[in-house]
Design a protein around this ligand. Sequence first.
Ligand code: HEC
Length: 175
Amino acid sequence: MNKKILIIVGIVSMLVGGMMVKHHFSNHDNHEITENIKVESPVIQWTPSTKSALVKEMYSINKNYQELVSNLAQGDWAKVIENSHNIHSAFILKQELSEEDMADLHRILPERFIEMDSKFHDHALKLAIAAKEKDGELALIYSGKMMDGCVSCHQVFAKDRFEGFSSQEEATHEH
Ligand code: HEC
């Protein structure tokens, strides 16, 4: 009887111990990941012409996004579709760039920037589809995700350009 209890206690403490070790290590991993992100300084080394391509993209999406918000509020689906298509096609890697600029972009853009940018443009496309269906609720969700895209990317990669983001720690979550 006593032996049985001892065995059970032994098994239970092994399980608990295992869980604690696992917990400790996963915390440790998370901690290291967060530290790495903070240490990494994502300053993109734009060349003059890739910078001007980016600014061109930003002007276009800025103008179209502002119009989009207004058109969405008015249920003007045709215009919402046009705005989202314009945003979708302003994608920096899809612009008519010289081979040299294209090679530069692939060299200087961090993976994370490309991911954020593609996700952003993907949301523009999904918004266009929602607008085609005249689905206001879904269109609203994607317009919110797009705004999230502007802010998250600027917080990480445009701290120098926007004073308002300069002293901020980067956003801890992305959608
Ligand atoms: C994937 C990254 C990314 C996304 C998404 C993004 N931006 Fe930007 N944006 C940048 C970067 C980087 C700069 C800073 C360029 C620089 O250093 O001058 C910038 C600059 C700008 C500028 C200033 C351009 C100038 O005159 O220098 C505007 C305006 C702008 N963004 C608007 C927007 C809006 C509005 C959205 C969303 C609807 C958006 N951006 C989404 C990366 C992004």
